[in-house]
Design a protein around this ligand. Structure first.
Ligand SMILES: Cc1ncc(COP(=O)(O)O)c(C=O)c1O
Length: 365
């Protein structure tokens, strides 16, 4: 079976370095917010080109803490509306709810799957105080259009960069294209830990300070609690693993793009709609997503030919039981996307034979 993502093979490459990092951690026994977190925060801030990086327990918390940080700073108020794409992973929407804000689900551009600036313009109202943009499947959203819009209305622009570590445009890297960005280091991500992890990147010094407090019980000095915080620290061991893997991120992303280019050039089946890609580094192919009319048949066919696939995501957020109060919304683009999409195997450790087999199998469908 060609795995969708062979996590074992991905991480096996770093086994010796991981073992050394573990031995050192055991020696130092500084398990919470130790040097590994500080080092990774510096390295990842440098990598993204942003002034600050704050490690968090996961990507959902990173997003939530950005929003709560802005509430602490008086830049958002409980009950404010926040626009978010209707076809994102549910975490982007949950963060808004967890922070006491109101999500406004806005349709994507069906060509890129990213938030549509036209839809944003037509859904805007005075109560909207921020946009959470998602670089879905690893492709940067058109940030210059959104920045112009958020500057015009003086509202906040926040990136959900959970799927886009290392994606780059002329303006810079994911994580440094807005007021603040959230990353997930969930194991399957392009930069994935061996467990949960996340971070915020920002150039906003005041936000950096608030999030450092919020992630650690509202406390800078032990047993002194300045604000009502959470326990959402990036685990020190995970930070050490992430520093090791960060060195390989650009190469891994380039390997993903090489596979994507092969799929785009060589998959030639009218039943399979291939994704839009402009050929640049603005895509890191967290997922290579195709669309089909008869998704179930295709998945069964792939399965019987030893090709594993996944769906990102089978149910649109507003049709999830948890978000039943949004189920009345008319979001036909998201609904259509969620019915048709399938993600093909994509990882930096796929072999040429595996890539060839995926292409051949799809062309024979
Ligand atoms: C777009 C998006 N946002 C947010 C998250 C949340 O990250 P985590 O699972 O680390 O909480 C994820 C990943 O799971 C994601 O894909």
């Amino acid at each position: 079976m060609i795995q969708f993502l062979d996590l074992h093979k991905i991480n096996k490459r770093f086994q010796n370095e991981f073992e050394n990092a573990f031995s050192m951690a055991l020696e130092n026994s500084n398990f919470v917010l130790g040097d590994n977190v500080k080092n990774f925060e510096n390295e990842f801030a440098n990598y993204c080109g942003s002034n600050y990086c704050i490690g968090t327990a996961n990507g959902l918390d990173a997003l939530t803490l950005i929003l709560k940080g802005y509430i602490q700073l008086g830049k958002l108020n409980i009950g404010d509306k926040v626009m978010v794409p209707s076809n994102t992973f549910i975490a982007s929407i949950l963060s808004i709810i967890h922070a006491g804000l109101k999500p406004v689900l806005v349709e994507p551009d069906p060509k890129t799957y990213n938030l549509s600036i036209d839809a944003v313009k037509s859904s805007y109202s005075k109560e909207v105080k921020a946009i959470v943009i998602v670089h879905l499947y690893g492709q940067l959203a058109d940030m210059s259009a959104f920045l112009e819009f958020t500057n015009r209305y003086n509202i906040l622009l926040i990136e959900d960069a959970a799927q886009a570590h290392g994606a780059k445009s002329k303006q810079g890297l994911a994580g440094n294209l807005s007021h603040a960005a959230a990353f997930s280091f969930y194991p399957s991500k392009n930069l994935g830990a061996l467990g949960d992890g996340g971070s915020v990147t920002t150039n906003d010094e005041a936000l950096n300070e608030k999030i450092r407090l919020l992630r650690n019980y509202g406390s800078k000095t032990k047993y002194k609690n300045e604000i009502i915080g959470a326990n959402s620290r990036l685990d020190d061991m995970q930070a050490a693993f992430l520093s090791i893997k960060l060195k390989e991120l650009d190469k891994d992303n380039e390997r993903r793009r090489v596979i994507a280019r092969r799929y785009l050039n060589e998959i030639n089946n009218l039943k399979v709609k291939l994704p839009f890609y402009d050929g640049s580094s603005n895509h890191v192919f967290y997922a290579f997503v195709v669309e089909l009319e008869d998704r179930e048949n295709f998945i069964n066919y792939l399965d019987s030919n030893d090709v594993q696939s996944l769906i990102h995501y089978p149910i649109p957020p507003h049709k999830q039981t948890a978000l039943h109060h949004f189920s009345h919304l008319n979001l036909p683009i998201a609904e259509k996307i969620h019915k048709r999409v399938i993600s093909l195997p994509m990882s930096p450790v796929m072999t040429t034979d595996e890539i060839n087999w995926v292409i051949k199998t799809i062309n024979n469908y």
